[in-house]
Ligand binder design. Structure first.
Ligand SMILES: [Zn+2]
Length: 1118
């Protein structure tokens, strides 16, 4: 479930930037019930499955700490030889509870509490249970109390996800105090949740007074079940696993199963699987008194409760079968013959479909082979010159937009799925055969061993870089997998984490060994293919069927029954609304902010010769170090030193003076930035393949995008970032220069990029959030906005046009790109940043003179253009407008409603506004309770964009937009007029939760350095201004919060001072439109034109009113 707030993806920046990180085209793994953040985590477990040097057996090294602690026996303890992470795994001999501590220095402590959840049907018990755990426990019988306490303990609340084989509950805190206080309370929820009927009604499923099905889980699955990803994944699960296997199940719950599920079924499921011997507590981070403080806490505060429930039955009670490993699910027979099946998914644009092919992988504990397979997939797909990309994507008529190799760990053997996106419909049927013949050809021709060596080295550099920022948390996925599938003596845990030794083995592999691997897994054995075919008929049918079903449901219930249903829901809500007594909250002490250790960043900003000096104090040591390296530069460079093995250079270029007609070109420019042929300053000419190969060989990662990444903002700046090892610093600077000044806008290369983007448009048009963001940007910003020019609507017009122009007058296109470059490299708009181990650089400053000295002359620095300078008339005066976009691929709705807010980075009213937002947004706080808690939406939150000067309210996957609005408005009005209470404990929790946010934002060396740069160079604030703000937040009073709500948030829910953009299913457009009109909005209905036969239609969409048909409909509905 998504318990975290969802940022509007691609709010800033362009849809089509380019990056040299591994596996840039990554679709989310389709089997998760969760947020984008969580799917990253799941990807992490798939990737970090390393091996160890042969011969080692992971034996326990001798440590002086005893092998017993109270009830706990040490199962295994070891330290990795390539990092400072110490791992120990313990098991309680009385309750069977598993505890794993990954011990390392870090300001944030992370917990993952994992339950193996095997189920043999599609009822969704694991997923619904996951939601119900947060509805209160035996000792804490209040809905959401766990999050109120978590917020007080310097956390941003709890979270959880459910996969096919496990549910994981998570919490992160700044510092250890809050974590240890929270742990026993969290476990009381997991082990002994209340599981009430009322909780089921609001959180899982109910029928509302209008006869519609709703509930948090129901809405969530409604938003997923008929997406191509879910439909194809479920089909694949059924094809791969025999009847009787739990791997066939939709653990999220199919809608029709959720409609008949009962709380009794869930209680029974909980009783069987949520038992201490089936739970592992994984804790990552520093505990000042070591692992023993954790074990002691569990023994004293958790295990007695387990004993009270008679669950202290040892490590393996009689009759217990380890899920998946000792049940029928383990009987995976493998893939006996080639199977190919087609699944239709609803989509009006039938031009492209998707393909998923699954191969049978090695055993889960074959770490060497699994890591080799990961490297193999990187070799095949990691860059524009990788063999599969070259053949399928980097052509003028691409056969797909990405090929992604995944890995799903299961008992018996791992699955090796390959996801292929945006395949032209005429090729989807034969794609699998074609891919296999490509594999054969690669095997016959042999591997390019030079490139293979580069791929392995680069992978290792990226792993080390990830380890530096995430530390032990890098391994949380491996530890979870080991709990589910590893040997019970944990002898496979070290082999699962010993990644660096594994690279060393693979570096010695010969061509023949790689060919054998490809042959063994992808060429010789049969595979299972699922084809996802877009169907306009299905889109219509789903809509009609749902209308018919609801009508029948209403009729069957009769007005009396509907009244009954409405009352049931009201009663359930009333039961939850019991206030939490203050003394329970205040009994949980708020930790001391001083207990958090901040990462030190040493900074010096050199604004450039002849320019006004930096207004902030620089670090003397760094000033000396940089100062002794040659003379002052004629341009802007800021150095931010942190402890690291790496250094990252960023270049920021102003787009303020760029002619608006050139802004749409930015997407193509960014997407092709690292894969154009270049002429180097040395005179050397490199083909695009040489550029990609050498860049990959010499860097850790590279990226070109609009705006800053951490924290996100400033999309009117174009950014290029290159990360390297310290020793490669000068190479990075030289690359930057040549990529900017020396790239050749080669017609074929530009054509390839344009074709790729063109083909990815249908998939983007299916995504509710992307569509919402695009219409939102279109409404509120004018044509001088680079974000708007890069968003979906503008690109749908621009990309076909440039494709045509490339055919008719390619030199005109080249000239446009040359003109674009001329504006980008205009010296007055350039700012450079160097972050990382600067004290370790011999020549931090002079390399810039060497490479850029002649290109950038001395001149005044232009101010930074903010998004507030690109507002449309509606953006300047956001009143009474509503845009509803009809989108056949979604069943729920996405909403963004906006009013004027505060603008500027040092606004005196910001601290009160920030606390007010947290009061509304916090997990289990007002918006959560009134909207998510009533099943009206999966997510609801307010946000402030202080660069543009907007305050917004968003609904994510909403089942009922109008009620969502109304509830949010009711909350704000009620708080302002005093009819809804605002307890001081809520304000305290909001402030503590902000502490977590601030700490998290600077929790790694690279984040801390990025924030230092953004504060000083872009926002004009002191380096530590966000930490300093903590004091201002603490000083915010209840009156301040109420004043802020009154001043800024009342207007947000008033049509006369706000605008709304909504993306929704076609069937809901009319009713939403009618209701919005009643609220005082002037409603405009829009659609995305999707006839691939006639791109002219597509080009009419942007800026124009929707078709006349819709307008008439609109009139009717009024
Ligand atoms: Zn969920």
């Amino acid at each position: 479930m998504l318990r975290a707030l969802i940022p509007l993806r691609q709010r800033f920046g362009c849809l089509f930037s380019s990056s040299g990180r591994r596996k840039a085209y990554t679709p989310p793994p389709p089997c998760l019930r969760v947020s984008p953040t969580i799917s990253q985590l799941s990807k992490r477990c798939a990737h970090v499955q390393p091996a160890m040097s042969p011969g080692a057996d992971g034996a326990v090294p001798s440590f002086d700490i005893s092998k017993k602690f109270g009830n706990f026996d040490l199962v295994r303890r070891f330290k990795l030889d390539f990092s400072d992470v110490e791992v120990s795994k313990w098991k309680s001999r009385t309750t069977g509870l598993t505890v794993v501590h990954l011990d390392y220095e870090a300001p944030i402590v992370n917990g993952y509490f994992v339950v193996a959840t095997e189920i043999f049907d599609d009822s969704g018990c694991p997923h619904t249970l996951e939601h119900l755990v947060f509805m209160g426990s035996e000792q804490y019988k209040y809905k959401g109390i766990i999050d109120h306490l978590a917020n007080r303990g310097f956390s941003n609340g709890t979270n959880a996800w459910t996969d096919t084989d496990h549910t994981a509950y998570t919490v992160s805190t700044a510092g250890e105090q809050g974590f240890l206080q929270l742990l026993p309370i969290y476990l009381d929820h997991i082990l002994y949740p209340t599981l009430t009927k009322a909780g089921f009604v609001t959180e899982v499923h109910h029928i509302n007074g209008e006869g519609h099905d709703s509930g948090v889980v129901y809405s969530e699955m409604q938003g997923r079940e008929n997406t191509s990803g879910d439909l194809m994944a479920l089909k694949m699960q059924r094809l791969l696993n025999p009847p009787g296997s739990a791997y066939r199940s939709e653990t999220g719950g199919l809608m029709e199963a959720l409609r008949v599920l009962t709380i009794e079924q869930i209680r029974q499921y909980h009783g069987t699987y949520y038992v201490p011997h089936n739970i592992s507590l994984i804790v990552c981070g520093k505990l000042s008194s070591g692992t023993t403080s954790l074990l002691k806490l569990i023994e004293e505060q958790v295990e007695p409760r387990i004993a009270d429930h008679g669950q202290n039955q040892g490590v393996k009670p009689p009759g217990w079968k380890r899920p998946f490993v000792e049940t029928k699910s383990a009987e995976r027979t493998g893939i006996k013959e080639n199977v190919k099946e087609t699944v239709e998914f609803p989509e009006k644009d039938e031009s492209v479909g998707e393909v998923m092919i699954n191969y049978m992988g090695p055993k889960p504990n074959a770490f060497l082979e699994r890591n080799a397979l990961d490297i193999l997939s990187t070799y095949l797909t990691s860059s524009p010159v990788a063999p599969l990309n070259k053949e399928y994507i980097e052509t003028e008529s691409p056969l797909c937009t990405y090929i992604y190799f995944g890995e799903d760990t299961h008992a018996t053997y791992v699955d090796l799925p390959v996801y292929v996106g945006s395949v032209p419909t005429e090729h989807i049927d034969t794609f699998g055969e074609r891919l296999r013949s490509s594999f054969k050809r690669i095997a016959e021709n042999g591997f390019d061993m030079e490139r293979m060596s580069m791929v392995i080295n680069r992978d290792e550099r990226q792993f080390r870089s990830k380890l530096e920022s995430d530390k032990g948390d890098t391994f949380s996925g491996s530890v979870m997998t080991d709990f589910l599938y590893g040997k019970e003596d944990a002898s496979e845990l070290l082999p699962a984490m010993d990644e660096i030794n594994y690279y060393n083995i693979l570096k010695k592999w010969t061509n023949a060994e790689w060919v054998d691997l490809l042959q063994k897994y992808y060429i010789d054995p049969p595979s299972v293919t699922v084809i996802g075919k877009p169907s306009a008929d299905m889109a219509d049918k789903l809509e009609t069927d749902e209308k018919v079903r609801i009508a029948a449901q209403k009729e069957k219930l009769s007005p009396q029954g509907l009244w009954q249903k409405a009352k049931e829901l009201e009663d359930a809500k009333a039961e939850h609304d019991k206030p939490i007594p203050d003394h329970i909250l205040t009994a949980f002490p708020v930790p001391d902010v001083k207990s958090i250790s901040w990462i030190t960043v040493k900074s010096v900003q050199e604004s450039g010769k002849g320019r006004a000096p930096a207004k902030f104090e620089a670090d003397p040591e760094l000033v000396r170090h940089v100062g002794k390296d040659g003379e002052e530069l004629p341009f802007f460079v800021q150095y931010d030193h942190v402890q690291s093995d790496f250094v990252t250079i960023h270049a920021f270029f102003s787009l303020a003076d760029l002619p608006n007609r050139l802004r749409p070109y930015l997407s193509v420019y960014l997407a092709s930035f690292f894969s154009l042929p270049i002429k180097r300053s040395t005179g050397e000419e490199l083909s695009h393949e040489e550029v990609v190969n050498r860049l990959d060989d010499e860097t850790v990662s590279y990226e070109a995008n609009l705006g800053t990444a951490i924290p996100s903002g400033f999309p009117e700046l174009l950014r290029v970032s290159i990360k390297t090892e310290v020793g490669m610093y000068e190479k990075a600077v030289a690359w930057l220069k040549d990529l900017l000044y020396g790239s050749q806008f080669d017609k074929e290369r530009v054509q390839v990029t344009v074709a790729k983007i063109l083909q990815s448009l249908p998939e983007l048009k299916r995504d509710g959030n992307t569509v919402l963001t695009s219409f939102y940007t279109d409404l509120l910003y004018n044509e001088s906005s680079s974000t708007r020019a890069g968003a979906l609507l503008a690109q749908m017009e621009f990309i076909p046009k440039i494709a045509q122009q490339l055919q008719e007058s390619p030199e005109a296109v080249t000239n446009d790109f040359e003109e674009l470059r001329k504006y980008i490299i205009e010296p007055s708009g350039i700012r450079f940043s160097v972050s990382g181990n600067i004290l370790g650089l011999r020549k931090p400053r002079d390399v810039w003179r060497k490479h850029f000295g002649s290109a950038i002359s001395e001149m005044p620095l232009a101010p930074i253009k903010l998004t507030s300078e690109s507002l449309s008339d509606v953006g300047k005066n956001p009143v009474e407008r509503a845009v509803i976009v009809s989108l056949p691929t979604i069943e729920s709705s996405f909403v963004m409603q906006t009013t004027k807010g505060i603008q500027g980075f040092a606004h005196p009213e910001y601290p009160a506004l920030r606390v007010a937002m947290e009061v509304l947004n916090a997990t289990e706080s007002y918006l959560w309770r009134y909207i998510r808690g009533s099943g009206l939406a999966y997510g609801a939150y307010v946000s402030a964009d202080i660069e543009s000067g907007f305050i917004s309210f968003s609904l994510y996957r909403s089942s009922n937009v109008i009620q969502g609005f109304e509830q949010a408005a009711k909350v704000v009005r009620g708080l302002v007029d005093g009819s809804i209470e605002l307890p001081l404990t809520t304000i305290d929790a909001a402030k503590s939760s902000i502490v977590y946010g601030v700490a998290k934002a600077v929790s790694t060396a690279s984040r801390a350095a990025a924030v230092s740069f953004s504060n000083q160079a872009l926002k004009g604030l002191p380096q530590d201004s966000n930490v300093k703000l903590l004091e201002k937040y603490q000083a915010v009073t209840k009156d301040d919060v109420l004043a802020s709500l009154k001043k800024y948030f009342l207007s947000l829910f008033d049509a006369s001072s706000s605008v709304a953009v909504i993306a929704t299913a076609p069937g809901k457009v009319d009713s939403i439109s009618e209701d919005l009109s009643k609220l005082g909005f002037q409603v405009e209905k829009r659609t995305l034109q999707v006839d691939p036969e006639d791109m002219e239609d597509v080009m009419d969409v942007d800026g124009s009113e929707s078709g006349s048909e819709e307008s008439e409909e609109n009139d009717d509905s009024r």
